[in-house]
Design a binder for this molecule. Structure first.
Ligand SMILES: NC(=O)c1ccc[n+]([C@@H]2O[C@H](COP(=O)([O-])OP(=O)(O)OC[C@H]3O[C@@H](n4cnc5c(N)ncnc54)[C@H](OP(=O)(O)O)[C@@H]3O)[C@@H](O)[C@H]2O)c1
Length: 210
């Protein structure tokens, strides 16, 4: 590609130059030089290689580090958001800074190695879906849309792709939103692959600053 609409720093980590492997080997992690990496992202935008630049899996603290030297603020922070990991504080922080949160794994990434079935198997969501004649996926996606955030949902199935778009001509009732807000919370994607005793993040708490 010689152009992309949105170019993101995938995780707040760097690895040794010249090695392109996933998962990154524990001994290959390096602290990210936020100032230099963000300056290079800005250069990509200035050169017209990308329309917008952003970050992904960044905590408020790490966004604050980027903003302290940024000339162009991140347009987007792409993070896990779904009814089982609602990220209310992060969404509020990003809103104050003019950064759009985009939800990845909005269905909990069901069926993937990093995912959870807690969203699709949620009794609260199932009950709302049944009452409203919608699917659990549609209730989850409508909920995310009502949080004022972007959503990237993934399906390889044509019918499910269509279903996932049919969320714009109805809304959740207040009591339904309230029930969703009371669902027990927990991340699906912990980021363990990005922790290392040799790297900047020894624990998952170091990644998320919480
Ligand atoms: N920035 C990051 O670090 C990061 C991390 C994780 C993911 N992502 C990106 O976020 C996007 C979406 O997240 P994700 O793939 O992790 O999770 P997701 O969209 O929550 O879940 C995808 C799974 O849900 C199934 N699905 C989709 N629509 C459905 C429906 N209506 N009913 C039932 N099942 C449905 C899909 O199966 P079928 O294909 O069979 O429909 C697939 O197994 C992806 O493009 C991914 O690359 C980014």
């Amino acid at each position: 590609m010689d152009y992309t609409d949105l170019y993101l720093i995938h995780w707040p980590v760097s690895s040794k130059a010249g090695i392109y492997e996933y998962p990154i080997k524990k001994e290959d992690f390096l602290p990210m030089d936020f100032k230099a990496v963000w300056a290079a992202m800005e250069e990509c935008q200035r050169l017209g290689l990308t329309k917008s630049i952003g970050v992904s899996n960044f905590s408020p603290k790490k966004i604050t580090d980027v903003l302290s030297t940024a000339k162009i603020p991140p347009a987007v922070n792409q993070v896990e958001v779904n009814p089982c990991w609602q990220q209310k504080k992060l969404i509020e922080f990003c809103r104050e800074k003019g950064i759009v949160v985009v939800a990845y794994s909005p269905l909990g990434a069901v069926g993937t190695f990093y995912g959870t079935n807690r969203v699709m198997e949620s009794e609260v969501l199932k009950e709302i879906a049944e009452t409203r004649g919608k699917s659990v996926a549609q209730v989850s996606l409508r909920w995310a849309y009502e949080q004022g955030i972007g959503v990237v949902v993934k399906s390889f199935n044509k019918d499910r792709m269509r279903q996932n778009l049919e969320i714009f001509d109805w809304e959740l009732k207040d009591e339904e939103s309230k029930k969703i807000s009371e669902i027990p919370q927990g991340r699906a994607c912990l980021g363990i692959d990005y922790t290392s005793i040799h790297g900047p993040y020894k624990t998952i708490e170091d990644i998320w600053d919480e």
